[in-house]
Design a protein. Structure first.
Length: 175
């Protein structure tokens, strides 16, 4: 129980500081994960800074998927990331939970362990949306596409969560 409470307290503070220099990038690589005794879904529900993401995961019917056995990597945008999306675009995304919303959310999930902090050179990683995301460094900070990555990942029973400061939007092609 003590471990759970410590994990919960650490989770509550995630997403508040992002590295800004090259020196902090190397320090970021040394940052040990927080361990959460539960699934990715449980960790998201327990983290207030991820409440909008949690609501949208439930809305899209993906909560069970992110609670299933596996080794997922989730790039989890904080609430402010969702609030930064223009309201008409966010409304269009959330109005289509089985299509557009699910595609956007699955673009934040990789099957397997992928650590964006380890991008010494730009590299790509596949997502469950069928498109790649790209890891790089910007201003000394690890990045997923153009989102800054919180240095301290959260390890759960079925994967790893990296907190990011932007919502990742996949590319959609007109047919």
């Amino acid at each position: 129980m003590k471990r759970f409470l410590m994990s919960f307290a650490l989770l509550a503070t995630l997403g508040t500081s992002l590295p800004a220099s090259a020196a902090s990038f190397w320090q970021c690589l040394k940052t040990q994960p927080v361990y959460f005794d539960g699934t990715i879904t449980d960790a998201a529900v327990a983290t207030e800074a991820l409440s909008i993401l949690t609501d949208q995961v439930i809305n899209a019917g993906l909560a069970e998927t992110l609670a299933s056995p596996g080794n997922f990597t989730v790039y989890a945008p904080v609430n402010d990331a969702f609030l930064a999306i223009p309201s008409d675009i966010l409304s269009a995304i959330t109005a289509d939970p089985d299509g557009l919303l699910k595609a956007v959310l699955l673009y934040h999930v990789s099957n397997g362990y992928y650590d964006p902090r380890r991008a010494y050179f730009p590299r790509k990683a596949p997502t469950e949306a069928g498109q790649n995301i790209f890891f790089s460094r910007g201003g000394g900070s690890p990045r997923v596409n153009n989102a800054n990555v919180q240095c301290q990942p959260v390890r759960t029973t079925n994967g790893t969560v990296f907190i990011i400061d932007s919502v990742l939007l996949p590319q959609f092609f007109a047919q």
